[in-house]
Write a protein that binds this ligand. Structure first.
Ligand code: AMP
Length: 540
């Protein structure tokens, strides 16, 4: 009986202990090895103070050893918190502070970051223990200022922790509009529900070779990991360094004979732009899935024309509803390349509701706000009842209903065919290179810089692979000189590189609308004209 995510691993290890489980370059772990290594590390984590429900922050590159670390946290009864170790230390410190971990698992790539956190006092305050993954099979797993233990001496038998499906498996921090990233709580049951549906729907099997492209702090990666474990398949991790190298990615799909590819659309767009896919390329590939943003129809047509043997599926959903909530398998190569691809119909156990402002369903063909209900819904944001109450509402089913709905912030419309179309965001969240970004978080960082009087950040869709170009307008008090380059350098201390505005405009004062609010619409039009002169001319 599968009730926890790690049960998938145990089941596959019992069935096919010698089959490959994790692959990256020359590193390879079989199911038997993965089961034993995770058991040992879980025991070590218990010894290091990982009690049931304790958070373990993971600051490590995507490698098989980091995956061992994540699963070991679950086996130790903990909750893992994967954090982008490429983020500036100030942002990581905020996340670590909110997550309140009892253990931090870091690898060599994060040494400096951990040092910065200690210097900043973000770690010492709470007696956090720091372990470092050293990537040796059955070797010493941790070296730390506090403890040095040799995992090889520990038993490789399962711990048998008494956890239940509704316990939290991980916290995923997404961009927050007030400047503080929000920790989405994801339970074992949330992930199990999606994986069970996906394994059935896609027919995933032990002979599959599955890509692991998204970074581990992105919820899409949880499907790669637990989908592969559930199917007893081989997970081929794509090193972060290759993630935007179109030729290397094509080689990896070809040479690894991958049967499943799953990524954000911008990667597919980038590969199409560099024309790295030949006719009937990737003969082993059976399905190609994307999620996280709109895949432009001409890009899909590029892929479908070249790979007629592959099944193409659009998956849609926010982190708060776990990996994806709806799907649409594209039946034939689109003829009309101006028609968008639907986000389709709900996955098993989920529902998509298109509601008006009084939470009544909108008629077919009318635009409304998109809400999600069902098995994927997170219990809410970590230690933030207010934000949870603002986004997860009681379902409008009448009194007594305990069902909840999640307000996605997306606009949508249901067609006569019952398929749902995504029509963009209703708020200030954008996608840039696949990353979910709250413009408010960038504004908070710019405003925090000395010498900035006011600022506004907008996203401009330039039709390129990036998705949106982030643009910032700012003003300074009289007599204060703040060149855009200097401001950018300051802001880069607070935000990861993918959140940094690419365009800056210094103004005497930002334009205001009739309510005295910054006129973001006007600013956006200005940036549109600057970035896409042809489009700007049309708008005028
Ligand atoms: P994230 O939490 O990073 O997965 O971002 C969730 C948001 O990404 C959704 O609310 C949508 O705005 C967008 N999104 C996710 N999947 C798709 C898709 N297939 N098509 C268009 N937008 C998507």
């Amino acid at each position: 009986m599968i009730s926890l995510l790690q049960d998938y691993l145990l089941r596959s290890a019992e069935r096919t202990p010698d089959s490959g489980a994790l692959v990256m370059g020359d590193d390879r772990l079989t199911y038997g090895e993965l089961e034993r290594e995770t058991n040992r590390l879980a025991r070590l984590m218990r010894e290091m103070g990982c009690v049931d429900g304790a958070r373990v922050c993971v600051l490590a590159a995507k490698t098989p050893w980091t995956i061992v670390g994540l699963i070991a946290v679950l086996k130790a009864g903990g909750v893992y918190v994967p954090i982008d170790s490429a983020s500036p230390s100030a942002r990581v410190a905020r996340i670590v502070d909110v997550a309140d971990p009892s253990l931090i698992l870091a690898d060599g790539s994060a040494v400096k970051l951990v040092d910065d956190l200690i210097d900043a006092g973000a770690l010492s305050r709470r007696n956090t223990r720091i372990g470092s993954v050293n990537g040796r099979l059955s070797g010493a797993w941790f070296t730390s200022a506090f403890t040095c233990a040799d995992a090889a001496t520990l038993s490789a038998e399962p711990l048998g922790r008494p956890r239940v499906s509704d316990d939290i498996a991980h916290l995923l921090f997404t961009s927050g509009s007030t400047g503080v990233p929000k920790g989405v709580m994801i339970t074992h049951a949330n992930v199990l529900a999606f994986v069970e549906w996906a394994v059935r729907y896609f027919g995933m099997k032990p002979t599959d070779r599955i890509s692991g492209h998204p970074p581990l702090h992105f919820d899409l990666s949880t499907f790669d990991i637990y989908g592969a474990l559930a199917a007893g398949a081989e997970l081929h991790l794509v090193p972060g360094t290759l993630s935007v190298n179109p030729r290397a990615l094509a080689d990896l799909i070809r040479d690894g004979e991958l049967t499943q590819w799953f990524s954000v659309p911008s990667v597919l767009t980038y590969m199409a732009k560099f024309d790295v896919v030949t006719d009937h390329d990737f003969p082993a590939l059976e399905r190609l899935l994307w999620c996280g943003e709109v895949l432009p129809t001409p890009v899909l047509a590029y892929w479908m024309r070249r790979l007629p043997h592959v099944r193409f599926t659009n998956l849609y959903g926010p982190t708060e509803a776990t990996i994806a909530s709806s799907y649409y398998t594209v039946p034939i190569c689109p003829v009309d390349e101006t028609a968008p691809i639907p986000i389709g119909t709900p996955c098993d156990g989920e529902d998509l509701l298109i509601l008006d402002e009084t939470l009544r369903p909108t008629p077919v063909g009318e635009i409304g706000d998109l809400y999600i209900s069902g098995v994927g819904l997170s219990p809410g944001y970590w230690r933030d009842a207010e934000k949870t109450a603002g986004a997860f509402l009681p379902a409008p089913n009448g009194p007594g209903s305990t069902e909840r709905i999640y307000r996605t912030g997306d606009l949508a419309q249901r067609g006569d065919d019952g398929l749902v179309q995504f029509l963009g965001r209703a708020d200030s969240q954008i996608k840039s290179r696949g990353y979910r970004i709250e413009l408010g978080e960038i504004e908070a960082a710019v405003n925090a810089t000395e010498g900035v009087r006011e600022c506004a950040v907008v996203g401009v869709d330039t039709g390129g692979f990036e998705g949106n170009t982030i643009c910032c307008a700012f003003s300074t008090p009289d007599g204060v000189e703040l060149p855009a380059l200097a401001l950018r350098a300051e802001v880069s201390r607070l935000l990861p590189a993918y959140m940094l505005p690419a365009r800056w405009r210094e103004m005497d004062a930002l334009p205001k609308n009739v309510n005295g609010k910054i006129d973001r619409k006007e600013l956006k039009e200005w940036f549109v004209r600057e970035l896409t002169p042809a489009q700007g001319a049309q708008q005028r």
